[in-house]
Design a protein around this ligand. Structure first.
Ligand SMILES: *[C@@H]1O[C@H](CO)[C@@H](O)[C@H](O)[C@H]1NC(C)=O
Ligand SMILES: *[C@@H]1O[C@H](CO)[C@@H](O)[C@H](O)[C@H]1NC(C)=O
Ligand SMILES: *[C@@H]1O[C@H](CO)[C@@H](O)[C@H](O)[C@H]1NC(C)=O
Ligand SMILES: *[C@@H]1O[C@H](CO)[C@@H](O)[C@H](O)[C@H]1NC(C)=O
Ligand SMILES: *[C@@H]1O[C@H](CO)[C@@H](O)[C@H](O)[C@H]1NC(C)=O
Ligand SMILES: *[C@@H]1O[C@H](CO)[C@@H](O)[C@H](O)[C@H]1NC(C)=O
Ligand SMILES: *[C@@H]1O[C@H](CO)[C@@H](O)[C@H](O)[C@H]1NC(C)=O
Length: 722
């Protein structure tokens, strides 16, 4: 609770009166969905983590047979600059200009290579390493060729209520048990192995370190390259860190790739460490005490700035994992759609909710917005985060009473404010405001790319986050905290809208990309979704200043009132004004994100929206859009539209659509477009379910997004949506 330390959310208040926990049998409901496996998946790990740091396990509980990843929100590096270029080329990079209603505007694309590609790929996030089981014979020689099939009676369980993975198997006739958890206050993997094989000196662990660079757009399911040891170095040294347990810090390994160095510290029971070959980066770690059948080791990952911190003992990490997860499940919002429901769809929906709640806490609760695709599982789109997806990744925290988790990253808008003002006013010459980046990294730099720089639907997002925060914390402090962000955001939205003297309306674009990224940006003008989001966002900005008792800039009101009307043709809204009238039959336009259903669903009714036309439009999308091309958050977006349009049965079906997959451990599938898992899908599921269960402004009745027959929906600590 470092961010909202003084604030109590709804459920905490209920808890102090002991009425929150009593209603839904939370622990039994959560535990019912504990994932189990008896073989490694080749695609998704079982995972433990803390939002900033996560560890992906194969069936052994470690990364013995499958090199799943150890990823963080802080582990970034720059590749060396391309030959023949210098830092000056980075600093002086300029992209091409496009005319915005006659005025040249410089964007970050169409600039000189090879520095442009370097800027797309850098900085990039690294896979911090690998921890696996080490098998040895009586003499202590390492057995290199053990396969997963050599282990018998494999069984693995993730206890969602404690965040602890337990794996058991039989090897060489001996039972082995491995427990793994992730530190909650620090980025530590705690490993506890119990087997006679340990006391016999036949079982230990290994650590390994891959090379990482920005050469590929997607890195899934495994990140980095373990086969190019010459590209990087590791050095083993005696540790300087402290340890909270009775045992000692055993070693530190510094891993250097180009100019970046990351540190791995090993603490716990006495071990011997050796490196099989000076050019490889695998370290073999054997227990030295033959008295004990347990080996407890904490492996901490960090940078120079976190070195020297006390490393938690394995017992402490297991304990802190259990108490943190208990608190998370007990005191956040909760939705039970299963108990008392007779509809056969309830079980799978509940499973998706519970597993998404777990995985979002592991993957989407870091100090920066989540990486676009698979956050701490693997990487997509050059390992960076994309501010338009921040909405789907993280808005649900606001509705589920998880302000502490959202609070870790939400100040990204303050952190990026100065550079976004620079982008808008200095680089692009707009008279006012801040233009947020799309694809970016902790520096706030906009990654080159046409879509990255011409997409606009990320711009109003801060208004939504701010308003949800004010609803939860209606204080002057909240108003003041967001004031400059709201002003700069609304200022840019207002100046981007262009006064068309012929039609006497404010036009949006061209150039611009729409949500579906599939129209020609040079002619895209007045897209229905973005126009509505502009109206909605500017309205929120106005009400912010009104709540502060301050004057609303007349430009905001002018633009909002005189924005172009939503383009409509033959009874349905259009993607943008002037799109071919038969676009409904053109596969070029009826694929990709169907944002037209967001007009009433994702968004509430906005001024000027005709609800009948919005409904006809949604129905047309349901009937004619290329459904095999839907992916991720499209399904919850479709569900929200069905719910608001009075079709809750269809809403449930969208959330359970066969193409919207959640695998055995709850990882949301990426569908045809992106690698799996695709976490905006899980974030959107939690947003959609919250809206359907707790309702939206103006909705009536209990759980208005659920069918009345067959469903019993209990809701605790969930806020209403817009
Ligand atoms: C474990 O293995 C058995 C038999 O091979 C199989 O029937 C069962 O479904 C498996 N359980 C899980 C959770 O995969
Ligand atoms: C990578 O280089 C860019 C451009 O010089 C710089 O802004 C950024 O801070 C660097 N990041 C890291 C992690 O070194
Ligand atoms: C690792 O790099 C080598 C050399 O470039 C390449 O041949 C190999 O395919 C790479 N492996 C992975 C997993 O990317
Ligand atoms: C002004 O609006 C009309 C009608 O929407 C449009 O056809 C025209 O292209 C706009 N003018 C300019 C210069 O963009
Ligand atoms: C848009 O206009 C720019 C500048 O004239 C041009 O380079 C680009 O190819 C055009 N894009 C499309 C999709 O027509
Ligand atoms: C208008 O919409 C109706 C109903 O969807 C359709 O039957 C008709 O063909 C459309 N007309 C045109 C000109 O697109
Ligand atoms: C529909 O989408 C799928 C998946 O992207 C694609 O393979 C197919 O070609 C699309 N169909 C049409 C008619 O565009």
């Amino acid at each position: 609770m470092k961010f909202f330390a003084s604030a109590l959310n709804v459920c905490f208040i209920l808890l102090t009166t002991n009425s929150c926990r009593a209603l839904i049998p939370r622990q039994s409901l959560v535990s019912r969905f504990n994932p189990t496996r008896n073989a490694s998946s080749l695609i998704t790990p079982m995972q433990v983590g803390n939002g900033n740091f996560a560890f992906g396990a194969d069936v052994t509980g470690l990364q013995t047979f499958q090199p799943f990843n150890i990823l963080s929100s802080w582990g970034w590096k720059n590749d060396s600059l391309p030959p023949g270029t210098t830092q000056a080329d980075v600093d002086n990079y300029h992209g091409a200009s496009l005319l915005n209603h006659g005025r040249p505007v410089e964007y970050d694309f169409g600039g000189p290579e090879p520095i442009q590609q370097w800027l797309i790929a850098n900085p990039n996030r690294v896979n911090l390493g690998r921890v696996g089981l080490l098998f040895m014979d009586e003499s202590g020689s390492v057995l290199q060729d053990i396969l997963e099939s050599d282990l018998d009676a494999k069984s693995q369980k993730l206890d969602l209520w404690t965040g602890i993975i337990t794996s058991t198997f039989v090897y060489a006739g001996e039972q082995v048990s491995v427990k793994v958890a992730c530190g909650q206050e620090s980025d530590v993997v705690a490993v506890s192995i119990d087997s006679t094989l340990v006391s016999q000196g036949k079982l230990g662990i290994f650590l390994d370190f891959p090379w990482n660079d920005g050469s590929s757009k997607f890195s899934a399911p495994f990140v980095g390259n373990f086969s190019v040891p010459d590209m990087h170095t590791t050095t083993l040294s005696v540790a300087s860190a402290k340890y909270s347990g009775p045992a000692q810090v055993q070693a530190e390994i510094a891993h250097t790739m180009d100019a970046a160095t990351f540190y791995t510290s090993l603490a716990g029971d006495d071990v011997a460490i050796n490196r099989p070959s000076p050019v490889e980066h695998r370290y073999n770690i054997r227990p030295t005490s033959k008295r004990s059948s347990t080996l407890s080791i904490s492996v901490a990952y960090g940078t120079l700035t976190t070195m020297g911190q006390t490393i938690s003992s394995t017992a402490d990490v297991l304990q802190s994992s259990a108490s943190t997860w208990d608190q998370y499940w007990s005191s956040s919002g909760f939705i039970d759609v299963l108990t008392g429901s007779t509809d056969s769809r309830a079980l799978e929906l509940q499973r998706r909710i519970i597993l998404s709640r777990y995985l979002m806490r592991v993957n989407d609760a870091g100090d920066t917005p989540p990486q676009e695709v698979s956050n701490l599982i693997n990487f997509g789109f050059f390992r960076k985060f994309h501010m338009e997806q921040y909405f789907w990744h993280c808005v649900h925290w606001a509705l589920w009473s998880n302000w502490d988790l959202l609070g870790r990253s939400i100040d990204i808008y303050s952190r990026f404010l100065e550079t976004s003002i620079q982008r808008a006013q200095v680089q692009q010459g707009w008279p006012a405001g801040a233009r947020w980046p799309k694809m970016t990294d902790p520096s706030g730099r906009s990654s080159p790319g046409e879509i990255n720089n011409l997409l606009i639907w990320e711009q109003p997002h801060p208004m939504v986050f701010a308003h949800y925060e004010y609803r939860a914390f209606p204080t002057t402090a909240t108003l003041e905290k967001w004031e400059s962000i709201i002003r700069e955001t609304a200022d840019w939205m207002s100046v981007f809208a262009w006064w068309n003297e012929t039609s006497e309306v404010y036009d949006i674009g061209p150039p611009m990309y729409v949500v579906s990224e599939d129209t020609n940006p040079n002619v895209t003008m007045n897209p229905a979704f973005e126009l509505s989001y502009w109206r909605f966002g500017l309205g929120l900005a106005e009400s912010w200043l009104q709540m502060m008792g301050k004057d609303v800039p007349s430009q905001w009101t002018n633009v909002r009132n005189k924005l172009a009307k939503l383009p409509v043709n033959n009874g349905t809204y259009m993607v943008y004004e002037g799109i071919e009238t038969d676009f409904w039959t053109d596969p070029a336009y009826t694929s990709n994100h169907p944002a037209l259903v967001g007009l009433y669903g994702w968004l509430p009714a906005t001024p000027g929206l005709d609800l009948e036309i919005a409904k006809a439009t949604a129905e047309k999308v349901w009937d004619t859009w290329n459904a095999t091309d839907f992916w991720g958050w499209d399904f919850p977006m479709l569900a929200m539209s069905a719910a608001r349009n009075g079709n809750p049965d269809m809403a449930i079906n969208w959330l359970l659509n066969p193409l919207f997959t959640f695998d055995d451990v709850g990882m949301p599938g990426g569908g045809v477009q992106v690698p799996s898992p695709y976490f905006p899908g899980a974030g959107a599921l939690l947003l959609g379910v919250a809206m359907m269960a707790a309702g939206w402004d103006g909705s009536t009745g209990h759980a208005p997004g659920f069918p009345e027959v067959g469903w019993n929906v209990e809701v605790e600590g969930i806020s209403k949506s817009f």
